[in-house]
Design a protein around this ligand. Structure first.
Ligand code: PTJ
Length: 266
């Protein structure tokens, strides 16, 4: 792993990138996961690399939905296992009745087993998905491989950063879907009931915080939090956030170019 100097102006982003690379080296990440991460970085850049109120509102609604669920399933892929394995395990512990299931688009049995092992090392008591015994109807990719006890029995499924073939299929068989996706225009973001437009490295810890805050609320209050949330409106807000940032940056009287240190005399 490359050591990133603390003084580097892009330190935080480069450290996250190193975690993705480490995931590849450990055999957790698909090679394509590097490309997916790059697309996410680009959207994060446009969003100013921070969690805006829209993301926090979505995290609150997602926490309420997970706490109301009878059988919540937290889906984990290679990128999630590389970036936030411990936080996913903490989240599973904080949500009563929840289970973690490995679900992969570029599925290989070896990678599914390694991801399950990584999550157990991070403290998960049980991880489903390494030995699938069912297929998700309506999904033609390898991602259809799932478990009866987990994904098929779920009423609410958390799908952090993935391609768009599954969220719609889950909804078609009556599941509620929570997505975490930096691209507010992705198919997953648009198909989900609740979409957190934020980086998974910020969104999962925020989700944990919200679960901690809401866990003692009575069910009718949790249901109200969910009812009041409108995903379409929230996605439009995220898009307007990008638009406003770009408008501000492109129209500002401040110079866009970075000031340069004067050349040193030799
Ligand atoms: O491990 P596997 O085999 O299941 O494969 C996982 C990936 C992510 C490679 C696979 O699902 C895939 O190809 O996904 P896509 O189509 O590249 O979509 C990934 C989405 O996640 C894109 O909309 C990205 O903008 C978004 N994204 C990438 N990195 C992050 C992210 N969203 C939140 N946080 C990130 N760090």
């Amino acid at each position: 792993m490359t050591r990133i100097p603390r003084t580097h102006p892009r330190h935080a982003s480069l450290v996250v990138r190193e975690r993705v690379v480490a995931g590849l080296e450990k055999g957790l990440l698909a090679k394509e996961g590097l490309l997916a991460h790059g697309r996410g970085e680009a959207f994060d850049y446009l969003l100013g690399e921070r969690s805006w109120p829209e993301a926090l509102a979505a995290a609150r609604a997602a926490a309420a939905l997970l706490l109301l669920a009878r059988r919540p399933v937290l889906s984990v892929n290679g990128n999630v296992a590389s970036l936030v394995p411990r936080d996913m395990v903490r989240l599973a512990r904080a949500i009563p009745g929840s289970v973690i299931e490995v679900n992969l688009f570029y599925r290989t049995e070896g990678r599914a087993r390694r991801i399950a092992r990584e999550l157990r090392r991070a403290g998960a008591k049980s991880v489903l998905g390494a030995s699938p015994d069912a297929r998700l109807p309506g999904v033609s990719s390898l991602r259809a491989a799932c478990t009866r006890e987990g994904m098929l029995s779920a009423d609410v499924v958390l799908v952090p950063l993935e391609d768009g073939d599954r969220a719609g299929a889950l909804k078609a068989i009556g599941k509620r879907v929570i997505a975490i996706d930096l691209n507010p225009l992705s198919r997953t973001a648009r198909a989900a009931d609740v979409t957190i437009v934020d980086n998974v490295v910020r969104a999962v810890p925020e989700l944990l915080r919200q679960v901690g805050k809401l866990r003692r609320l009575p069910r009718h209050r949790l249901a109200l939090v969910v009812r009041r949330f409108d995903n379409d409106r929230n996605l439009r807000r995220a898009l307007r956030r990008i638009q406003a940032r770009l408008r501000r940056l492109s129209g500002s009287s401040e110079p866009l170019t970075l000031s340069q240190a004067p050349p040193t005399k030799s």
